[in-house]
Design a protein. Structure first.
Length: 260
């Protein structure tokens, strides 16, 4: 028990896979449980989200859903079986396949809606075939005929709608929508920054042109004031010269009168 406690303490203190390996390396082979699943000591690459990785085979995690004067949802990470049956009476349901895995390359969603409604949401790239029958109700065929991506699953929507409806809608996964939203937000910030920089540049250019215009106007006004000053000085000089001329004439006339 003392040795077990030491190994347990070392296990809890380990921070990497390399620190875990020596703890069990010296144990006898009989003490290890070979049937237990082994944990890889190397970090595996994250799945790339390809369709081949989402078609898992086997059984589905849920094969049916019922809503009687109520509702149901199948969304998030779940495995769609080869045939999924849903029933809604005076109620509704949502079957979201955007983040789901698929038990086979072709799955069937059987929807029976009596005075109720259902919504089937598929991701882009999935081929959709609608074969439902509606009596005073209907099935949505808008997403039918869109070719699927190579290796993508095929979803067949069948069933019966009486005074009800089954809608089929194609939407992006939440992570993809969030990524696009973040890209649009980043582009908006970049456009705003570019617009701000352009506005500052235009403002600087307009301010510079306005300053040059004002400087030119001030220079022109100074030149005109200088010209008016020079004109006044010339007129004043002219008046003084005329005044001096009249004084000289009057002096000469006075001398002539005295001589007579």
């Amino acid at each position: 028990m003392e040795e077990f406690g030491e190994r347990l303490d070392a296990t809890y203190q380990a921070r990497t896979y390399g620190e875990l390996a020596p703890i069990t390396r010296d144990l006898p082979a009989a003490a290890r449980t070979d049937s237990a699943p082994r944990v890889s000591m190397a970090k595996e690459p994250a799945p790339n989200g390809s369709w081949a990785g989402r078609i898992t085979g086997g059984e589905g995690s849920s094969t049916w859903a019922v809503a009687v004067m109520s509702g149901f949802q199948r969304k998030g990470r779940w495995t769609v079986p080869r045939r999924f049956t849903s029933f809604a009476f005076w109620g509704g349901g949502e079957i979201d396949l955007r983040e789901a895995n698929f038990a086979a390359g072709e799955v069937e969603i059987n929807c029976i809606a009596i005075m109720g409604g259902m919504q089937v949401i598929v991701p882009p790239g999935v081929e959709v075939v609608v074969r439902g029958i509606g009596v005073m109700g209907g099935f949505d065929h808008r997403e039918e005929g869109v070719p699927g991506d190579p290796g993508a699953p095929r979803v067949i929507v069948t069933g019966f709608a009486f005074w009800g409806g089954v809608g089929v809608e194609r939407k992006l996964p939440r992570a993809e929508r969030q990524r696009l939203k973040e890209e649009r937000r980043q582009e908006k910030l970049e456009r705003k920054q570019s617009t701000r920089q352009l506005g500052e540049s235009v403002r600087d250019e307009v301010y510079g042109a306005h300053r040059e215009m004002l400087d030119g106007h001030h220079d022109l006004m100074r030149e005109r004031r200088q010209e008016r000053r020079e004109d006044r000085e010339e007129r004043r000089d002219g008046r003084e010269r005329r005044r001096e001329g009249r004084g000289e004439r009057e002096g000469r006339d006075g001398r002539r009168n005295r001589e007579y």
